[in-house]
Design a binder for this molecule. Structure first.
Ligand code: NAD
Length: 505
C-alpha cells in the first residue's frame, strides 16, 4: 500500500482537475457497482488528488457486455473503411486540438516533463491518423486456379479486444492500441494503469465528439489484479493486447492460455547502445543521453546499457558525466525541465534500491541521490554507473528510471556478446561510421528493433515489438491490423468439382 506523505508545499493544480473519475461503459460514466474506489497520487508532492472507480469482475462484465453488444449488433465492425477512417481522423483532430490540455494533465499525473508530454499527445493523434490511412489502403489477397477455383481472404475484426496499458506515457500508449483496434472494426475495453488513470479518462469525450458509436469504446479503471485480471479471463474478450512488465506478461500469458486467447505482448527492456570508436561522438553523446534520460528514463526502449569501445571509453565517460550532471531536473510543468518526477513513490523506492545495489556493483560517477534543491517529490539526479560488469544486477535488470550503466568493450564480437547477454531483447542502438560493421552488428543483436546512428525514432509502418523476455508478437503498420483481424480463407468453386464418390459401390 502507498504511504501518503504530507506535502510541505501545495503544488499548483491544472484548472478543472477532476476529484473523481469513473468508468465509461456503453456511453455512460459510471461508478463501480459495489462502489469501490482507489486513490490517485501526483508525483511532485505525493499527495492524493483524486479517487477513481476501481473496477471489479462485475464491472468488467458490464463493460464486456457493452462491447459485445456493440460488436454483434452495432454498425462499427461492418462500416465501410472510409467511414471508419473519417471517425479516426476526427479523433486525431480532437486530440490535436486539446494537445496542450492533454500534456498538462499527463504531466500532472505522471511527472513527465511537459514538453515531452506534449510530444506524446501529438504522437497519439498521429497514431489515429496513421491507422485511418492504413485501413482505407488495406488490401487482401485473392488467388485463382484458372477455370476451377477462386480463393480470397475475407478479413474480419476479431471481436472484443481487451487493452491493458502501463503508466509510462499512458495516453500515447493507449492510442497505440486503440487506433488499430478501432481501425480494424473491433470494439474495446481499455484498462489503464492504476498509477496514472487521468489522461485515459479524456478518451470518452474525444470519442463522443468524433461520433464513435456508443459501446465501441469502454473503459474500466482499477487495479491490475482485479480489473485487469477479470478482463483477461473474460470468455467474451477475444484477444488481449498488453503492455507492461515481463513478469505481468507471464501471468497474463498463463491466463490467456486456458482459453487459447490471442495475445500481443509489449514487455520490458534493457536495451544496449553500442558505441564504436569510429562513431560520431557528439551525436552518440546527444543520443545516448536523450535515449535514457528522456521520459524520466521510464521508457521501455531506453538505451540503459551503454557499451563503449575501449579506445574512446574514458573520453566518452568524462563527457557523458559532464552532460548528465547538467541535465535540468525539476518541476515537470516547467518547460525548461528535462527530467521530472518519477511516477509514484513505490516506483521511486524501487529505482532508489537499484541505485544502492549499483553502488556495490559498479562505480557511481554521476547522480545517485535526490537533487538538493528538491526535498520532496520523486526526483532523482540523472545517475551514471561506470565499469558495470555483465554480472551486475544493474546490467541485467530493468530499472525504468534515470539510471544508466556504461561498460567498456574491446572487439566487435565482445560488444555483440555483451549486448545479447541479458534476458531482454526490445531495442538496440549501434553507433559507428563503418557501414558494413553497422549492419553486421545490428543484425547480430537479439532485439526486435535496432537503430543505427540514431535513437528511438519510429516509422509507424515498421514492426514494433521485442524478442526474448521483451515481448510476443509484433505490432506496427499492417501487423497491428493483422492482430485485430481474422483472415478467413474463402474457396469458391468456379465449375464442377471432381469428388471421389464414397458409398456408391
Ligand atoms: P505492469 O505490468 O505493472 O502493469 C501494466 C498494466 O497491467 C497495468 O494496467 C496493470 O494494472 C495491469 N496488470 C497488472 N497485473 C495484472 C494482471 N494480473 N492481469 C491483468 N492486468 C494486470 O507494468 P507498469 O509498471 O505499469 O509498466 C512498466 C513496464 O511496462 C516496464 O517493464 C516497461 O518496459 C513496460 N513497457 C513496455 C513497452 C513496450 O512496448 N515493450 C512500452 C511501455 C512500457
Amino acid at each position: 500500500m502507498t504511504t501518503v506523505e504530507q506535502p510541505t508545499a501545495v503544488r499548483a493544480r491544472p484548472q478543472g482537475l477532476p476529484t473523481h473519475i469513473r468508468h465509461y461503459i456503453g456511453g455512460e460514466h459510471v461508478d463501480s457497482i459495489g462502489g469501490q474506489t482507489f486513490e490517485v497520487l501526483e508525483p511532485v508532492t505525493n499527495t492524493v488528488y483524486m479517487t477513481a472507480a476501481a473496477g471489479q469482475a462485475v464491472d468488467v462484465e458490464r463493460a464486456v457486455a457493452a462491447a459485445r453488444n456493440a460488436f454483434d449488433h452495432g454498425p462499427w465492425p461492418t462500416m465501410k473503411a472510409r467511414a471508419r477512417a473519417a471517425v479516426l481522423n476526427r479523433i486525431a483532430d480532437a486530440v490535436e486540438a486539446m494537445d496542450r490540455r492533454l500534456a498538462e494533465l499527463e504531466t500532472f499525473d505522471t511527472g513527465l516533463p511537459i514538453t515531452q508530454a506534449l510530444g506524446q499527445a501529438q504522437r497519439a493523434a498521429e497514431n489515429f491518423r496513421f491507422f485511418a490511412d492504413l485501413i482505407v489502403a488495406q488490401r487482401d489477397e485473392a488467388y485463382k486456379v484458372p477455370g476451377s477455383q477462386l480463393n480470397y481472404v475475407n478479413r474480419k475484426p476479431v471481436g472484443v479486444a481487451g487493452l491493458i496499458t502501463p503508466w509510462n506515457t499512458p495516453f500515447m500508449l493507449s492510442s497505440w492500441k486503440l487506433a488499430p483496434a478501432l481501425a480494424a472494426g473491433c470494439t474495446v475495453v481499455l484498462k489503464p494503469a492504476e498509477f496514472t488513470p487521468l489522461s485515459a479518462s479524456l478518451w470518452a469525450q474525444i470519442f463522443e465528439e468524433a461520433s464513435l458509436p456508443q459501446g465501441v469504446f469502454n473503459l474500466v479503471g482499477g487495479i491490475g489484479e482485479e480489473a485487469g485480471d477479470a478482463l483477461v479471463k473474460h470468455p467474451d474478450v477475444n484477444l488481449i493486447s498488453f503492455t507492461g512488465e515481463s513478469a505481468t506478461g507471464q501471468v497474463i500469458f498463463r491466463n490467456c492460455a486456458t482459453q487459447l486467447k490471442g495475445m500481443s505482448m509489449e514487455l520490458g527492456g534493457k536495451s544496449p547502445a553500442v558505441v564504436f570508436a569510429d562513431a560520431d561522438l557528439e551525436a552518440a553523446l546527444d543520443s545516448t543521453l536523450f535515449g535514457v534520460f528522456s521520459l524520466n528514463g521510464e521508457r521501455c526502449t531506453a538505451g540503459s546499457r551503454i557499451l563503449v569501445q575501449r579506445g574512446i571509453y574514458e573520453e566518452f565517460l568524462a563527457r557523458y558525466v559532464e552532460r548528465a550532471e547538467k541535465i535540468r531536473v525539476g518541476d515537470p510543468a516547467d518547460s525548461a525541465t528535462e527530467v521530472g518526477a518519477l511516477v509514484h513513490p513505490e516506483h521511486y523506492a524501487k529505482v532508489l534500491d537499484y541505485v544502492e545495489i549499483g553502488k556495490a556493483e559498479a562505480r557511481l560517477v554521476a547522480g545517485g541521490s535526490r537533487p538538493a534543491d528538491l526535498p520532496e517529490g520523486n526526483y532523482l539526479r540523472p545517475t551514471v554507473f561506470a565499469d558495470v560488469p555483465r554480472t551486475a544486477r544493474i546490467f541485467q535488470e530493468e530499472i525504468f528510471g534515470p539510471v544508466v550503466g556504461i561498460t567498456p568493450f574491446d572487439t566487435e564480437e565482445e560488444a555483440i556478446d555483451l549486448a545479447n547477454d541479458v534476458m531482454y531483447g526490445l531495442a538496440a542502438y549501434v553507433w559507428t561510421n563503418d557501414l558494413r560493421r553497422a549492419h553486421r552488428v545490428a543484425q547480430s543483436i537479439e532485439s526486435g528493433m535496432v537503430w543505427i546512428n540514431s535513437h528511438n525514432v519510429r516509422d509507424l509502418r515498421t514492426p514494433f515489438g521485442g524478442v526474448k523476455a521483451s515481448g510476443l508478437g509484433n505490432e506496427g503498420g499492417y501487423r497491428s491490423i493483422d492482430f485485430y483481424t481474422e483472415q478467413q480463407a474463402v474457396h469458391v468453386a468456379l465449375g464442377d468439382v471432381h469428388t471421389a464418390r464414397f458409398g456408391t459401390s
